[in-house]
Design a protein around this ligand. Structure first.
Ligand SMILES: [Zn+2]
Length: 254
C-alpha cells in the first residue's frame, strides 16, 4: 500500500525521526557512560602515612617509581591495595563525604609528585567532559595563566577549615560562572580541555588547605604563594584530594 504524504506531513515525519535518533543517541551515550568504570586508583597512593606506603598494582611500574622517587626514601613498598578512607574521620570521628570526583568519567594519568602537585585526569569524552567542583563552595578565581590555561578555583569550607580546589586546562568556562558564585557539586565549572601548557585534553586538579587569592591567607594570597605552599604540603605528605576523596566505583555515585 502506498500512502502519499503531503509536504507538511513529510516534514513532521522527518522532524519526529530526527528527535527519535537524537534521543536514542543520548540514551546510548548515557548507557556507555554508565558502563565506563572510573579507572581510578586513589587507593594506590599512600596518603596519610608515608612510613607505610601502599601501592596499587593498577599504576604502571614507571608511575610508581616516579612517585616514590619524588617522595624520597621508602623502606618497603607493600603491593596491596589500601582502603584509603573515602571519608573524613579526622574531625568528627563520624565518616562524612568530603571530595567528589571532578568528572563523571576519567582515569588518572599523573599523581602528585614534587614536580607536579596535582592529579591529571583524562576522559575519553575529551572536551565533552564536564568539570564539576569536588565539593560545594564558592568560585574564588577564573583566570588564565601565563601559558594560556583556563583555570577555575573554588573555595571550600569543610568543618570550618578552608580548602581551595583548582581546575586547570579547561576548554571553556561554564555559562554564567563568575567569581563569587556559590556552586554545588552538580554545578558545571566548564569543559575539559588542553589550554595552556598541556600535551592533550585532560583536567589538572589540585586541592590545597588554604584560601587562594585571600590577602589574609599568608600561604595562598597569590599564585606564587599557592605554588610554594603546595610543594611544602606535598613534602609533608598532604595530597589534597587524595587525603579525603570520596571514591565512587562509577560515575553513578557522583
Ligand atoms: Zn597536571
Amino acid at each position: 500500500m502506498y500512502i502519499k504524504l503531503t509536504e507538511r506531513q513529510q516534514l513532521i515525519v522527518v522532524i519526529s525521526l530526527t528527535f527519535l535518533i537524537i534521543s536514542i543517541f543520548l540514551q546510548v551515550d548515557e548507557y556507555l557512560a554508565n558502563k565506563e568504570p572510573y579507572t581510578i586508583s586513589y587507593e594506590s597512593v599512600n596518603i596519610r602515612d608515608m612510613t607505610e606506603p601502599h601501592i596499587s598494582t593498577k599504576i604502571s611500574k614507571t608511575g610508581q617509581e616516579e612517585i616514590y622517587k619524588e617522595l624520597g626514601d621508602v623502606a618497603e613498598v607493600k603491593m596491596e591495595s589500601l582502603n584509603l578512607s573515602a571519608t573524613d574521620t579526622t574531625n568528627s570521628g563520624k565518616p562524612s563525604r568530603i571530595w567528589y570526583l571532578p568528572t563523571q568519567i576519567g582515569s588518572i594519568t599523573t599523581y602528585p609528585n614534587m614536580g607536579h602537585v596535582a592529579y591529571d585526569i583524562t576522559s575519553w569524552r575529551g572536551t565533552a567532559e564536564t568539570i564539576y567542583p569536588v565539593a560545594e563552595g564558592t568560585v574564588s578565581g577564573m583566570y588564565t595563566d601565563s601559558y594560556g590555561a583556563l583555570i577555575v578555583t573554588v573555595l571550600h569550607n569543610v568543618n570550618g577549615k578552608k580548602y581551595t580546589s583548582q581546575y586547570v586546562h579547561l576548554s571553556r568556562y561554564a555559562n554564567g560562572l563568575y567569581v563569587g558564585k556559590h556552586v554545588s557539586i552538580n554545578d558545571p565549572l566548564g569543559q575539559m580541555g588542553s589550554t595552556g601548557w598541556s600535551t592533550g585534553t585532560h583536567l589538572h586538579i589540585a586541592v590545597l588547605d588554604c584560601a587562594l587569592f585571600d590577602p589574609k591567607d599568608p600561604n595562598c594570597y597569590d599564585l606564587n604563594a599557592w605554588y610554594r605552599y603546595d610543594k611544602k604540603r606535598l613534602s609533608e605528605n598532604f595530597y589534597g584530594l587524595g587525603v579525603l576523596m570520596y571514591v565512587p566505583h562509577s560515575w553513578n555515585s557522583r
